[in-house]
Ligand binder design. Structure first.
Ligand code: THR
Ligand code: THR
Lengths: 170, 170
């Protein structure tokens, strides 16, 4: 099936954690995610943009990721305990997000699919909080209370047939 | 093939553009990517983290993405022409990145795969510039001149057999 978008999905059970000002040197990301993995916490949508900031002479970057809302407390506790070891500055938490995604093998090299998905959300006045894409999948985080509407908007924009059942886990 | 990682890939022909301080209201992301799509410019790895900044009373977010290096000039020209219409502040360009990826259907819900990939890069002293993940794929941008070494490090870390030929396009 080489349609640009063959399916849409909604996961309305995630939270997002952003770790501000992680020292930008090799090994920091590995330590953070080894810590979470060692406690069996699965992470989704890891986002580190290339923006750097210098804080007290140290170059830093922010690393954000999503977890199941049920794991949020445990993840924050683990990270807090690692604060001095790793040297990050603070955690910003968004407790309730809705992750909406469009997937399709046909979207590779097909400019315009992401724009169409973003426009479908814009037309309903839904603000995009985060974006993360791969070559065959586009995911956005939006307000939890707009999740179902966002899914419907994307579903309609790509003309998916009524038969399609959106799953909550991609 | 449900191995956590069944393949690795390197794309050493991309550039990265970060658009700083895009007004955080519905429609902005759609306009930016419609503009690029209308000129046939394919984008990869769109990254928008949830970090917001207030600039002159307007809440803004940064949006970064990668393009083929061959499209960099055209993409920047198009964006520059849209600056007042959309209202973003500045472009930060990284002309030469190497995107290394690990893919595998088995990584869903398998904590530790991302940590292992990040550790493989850390062990070689390779700094991670950006990270973007989906449930079955993890991609990092590193220095272009460390791309092949990064690919080798990840390939070895996941014990992929010699038979595997890394493609430059996933
Ligand atoms: C910030 C973090 O990603 C760091 N650059 C690392 O390589 O681990
Ligand atoms: C910043 C941009 O993503 C904006 N929030 C939008 O929805 O388009």
């Amino acid at each position: 099936d080489l349609a640009p978008v063959s399916g849409v999905a909604l996961d309305a059970s995630q939270s997002q954690i952003a770790i501000r000002h992680v020292p930008d040197r090799p090994g920091m990301a590995a330590q953070i995610f080894q810590l979470l993995a060692s406690e069996g916490i699965s992470v989704d949508m890891i986002i580190q943009s290339q923006r750097r900031r210098v804080v007290a002479g140290q170059t830093c970057r922010d690393i954000a990721f999503s977890v199941a809302e049920a794991d949020l407390g445990r993840a924050c506790d683990l990270l807090e305990a690692s604060r001095t070891v790793i040297g990050w500055e603070r955690l910003d938490v968004t407790e309730k997000i809705a992750k909406v995604s469009a997937v399709g093998k046909g979207m590779v090299g097909c400019p315009g699919v992401a724009a169409k998905m973003f426009a479908a959300l814009a037309d309903r006045g839904i603000n995009i909080q985060t974006i993360v894409t791969s070559q065959i999948k586009i995911s956005c985080a939006v307000d939890r209370d707009r999740g179902v509407e966002a899914l419907q908007a994307i579903h309609d924009a790509f003309g998916l047939s009524e038969r399609y059942q959106a799953t909550s886990r991609e």
